[in-house]
Design a protein. Structure first.
Lengths: 126, 126
DNA sequence: TTTGTTACTGCAACTAAGTTGCGTTATATT
DNA sequence: AATATAACGCAACTTAGTTGCAGTAACAAA
């Protein structure tokens, strides 16, 4: 079940995702908002926003959970299937809006895929 | 630094990877061998075998660490860059020996990539 | 505006994967 | 056999994420 009441916590968290384009890890949200909002609440609101199709989640290079705003997803169907890029220098994660060409795998039924590309971002490249 | 002495633990672990074709998670090795070998030792030997280019590691769908035998890797260079397939029904993970076509990302320097495809394996499809 | 239902929150305690420090054991070299 | 040290076991720790429960607040209805 998703978000039903527009609480202060929901507003604060949505605001975090609106002011930056990049993805944000649950850990970072707890680090920056943890003395305002309880970490349990942060995890729960993120989970519900994902259920609603407002955010999508994926795992970063260390297995940490990251969230980013969805494009064209609804609560019934997450259509987002794009790759993510994580910078090995500064740790920043971006959504890459390019379609992934999946390899042909015989006799298997593909349901999801996650592609994490790692390297140096445009800032850390220079 | 990699493996220097051929101990009983190294032999047992390598044997696990030789009898099956599939990847094995660190957790599963601890579950099955944990009363014979200490879990710290399992983690350390896996780590060293990866340093040596004997195994490669990647993260499964829950962020758990998985290991599988390498093909054509050395201690100096891990050339393996293939996708992995994890079955959502039985949990099995396989290496897919197909090259991945990475999307073109301007102004970024790509160093690694990991593609995890999820769905139903050939056994669970039927 | 007040009341009442219940979604939401905070707290504390917990779970589980993986790590660290250190004293002991065992491999391999001389 | 002696010895240097890689490898091991144990216990305690770290940390991301979860659970149960009691208290709080959002919101609809009166």
């Amino acid at each position: 079940m998703g978000i039903i009441r527009k609480t202060k916590t929901v507003e604060i968290l949505l605001n975090e995702f609106n002011k930056n384009e990049v993805a944000i890890s649950a850990k970072k949200l707890i680090d920056s908002l943890g003395n305002t909002i309880n970490k349990t609440t942060i995890y729960r609101v993120l989970d519900k926003l994902e259920d609603d199709g407002v955010l999508h989640s994926f795992l970063g290079k260390d297995g940490l959970k990251w969230y980013a705003k969805c494009n064209g997803c609804s609560s019934s169907k997450h259509t987002d299937m794009h790759p993510h890029f994580q910078c090995l220098s500064c740790g920043k994660v971006d959504c890459i809006s390019t379609n992934v060409v999946l390899p042909n795998i015989p006799n298997r039924q593909i349901e999801f895929s996650q592609l994490l590309i790692q390297g140096k971002c445009e800032v850390c490249c220079a």
